[in-house]
Design a protein around this ligand. Structure first.
Ligand code: BG6
Length: 289
């Protein structure tokens, strides 16, 4: 079975592509990818303390940020939304298999405003999200997010794929492809321009690189190399909570910052506007090289 539907308290879809010796798992809660393996090796990081029962956003994998990145300040109409919006804390619908052959297994998930009764008053727009995840025989794993305005009022949104990559030792990690791009440093509340072509992590890092028109970012994870190809996502966030922040997060182990890095593609520095009937689509392809 290339795509299995696992019911229970944490329903999820499991994808398997034997020709690439690859598999992935997607929780219906948040349509959060919670695993991507090649040859049995896990490439995404999910905290051992992650809560998977739908009572809190899943700490790890690939949570989807929508329609707000971080929190907005009043009087913005987005100020009522919780941190990183509502997509990651809503239960999505499994829309089924799109392709299923030796070369590719692809499944789709959907979320509409009518399915988010609990949060609808916080963001009363008519929208439809389609999220397609694909395992390919070339070893890649891609995620395609499509946002459609199904109402008559224009709305604005942020979105981001908040990918947590598994690394064996954060001190050996290097992120490449962000040199010369300007960023906002959320830890020190200041702006900067990236000078390094090989970013290393030795303290809390929380930076939003803006308008990154280089569409390939590489993470040298020490013992493997991960390539991120992005399409139609403008910004890139690099995050590692380091020591103190890790201790403050109940759903994250104190030492787990040593074994992860978030490199997140999105549209977060500015809102994207959609008029009646318009849609937007962004794609990320991950490749172990
Ligand atoms: C990152 C933000 O994208 O997500 C950080 O830049 C934030 O500021 C992090 O701390 C995790 O957010 P959360 O809501 O999942 O704890």
């Amino acid at each position: 079975m290339p795509a299995r539907n696992i019911e229970g308290s944490s329903p999820k879809i499991i994808l398997e592509l034997p020709s690439a010796r690859a598999s992935a798992e997607v929780s219906l809660y948040g349509a959060t990818v919670t695993s991507w393996k090649i040859d049995g090796r896990e490439l995404l990081m999910v905290s051992k303390n992650a809560i998977l029962d739908g009572s809190k956003a899943i700490r790890g994998g690939i949570p989807i940020v929508f329609p707000q990145f971080g929190v907005a300040q009043a009087p913005s109409p987005m100020a009522a939304l919780p941190q990183h919006g509502i997509a990651r804390i809503s239960t999505w619908e499994y829309l089924g298999i799109l392709t299923d052959n030796e070369k590719e297994i692809s499944v789709r998930f959907g979320l509409k405003d009518t399915q988010i009764a609990k949060h609808r008053n916080l963001w009363p727009n008519s929208f439809r999200l389609h999220y397609t995840v694909t395992l390919s025989s070339d070893g890649s794993f891609s995620q395609r997010l499509n946002v459609k305005n199904e109402g008559s009022d224009t709305f604005e949104f942020n979105t981001l794929l908040h990918t947590y990559f598994e690394v064996s030792d954060i001190s050996k990690v290097k992120v490449r492809g962000l040199k010369n791009f300007s960023f906002f440093d959320k830890v020190h509340a200041q702006r900067g321009i990236e000078k390094s072509d090989s970013i290393t992590i030795a303290e809390e890092v929380d930076r939003v690189y803006e308008k990154v028109d280089n569409n390939t970012i590489e993470i040298d994870c020490g013992d493997h190399l991960m390539r991120i190809e992005k399409n139609n996502f403008k910004d890139v966030v690099v995050w590692n909570p380091w020591v103190d922040k890790s201790k403050q997060m109940a759903d994250f182990g104190d030492e787990e910052y040593k074994h992860m890095i978030c490199v997140e593609v999105g549209n977060v520095a500015a809102y994207h506007k959609l008029r009646e009937g318009e849609s937007w689509e962004g794609r990320q392809t991950l490749r172990l090289i």
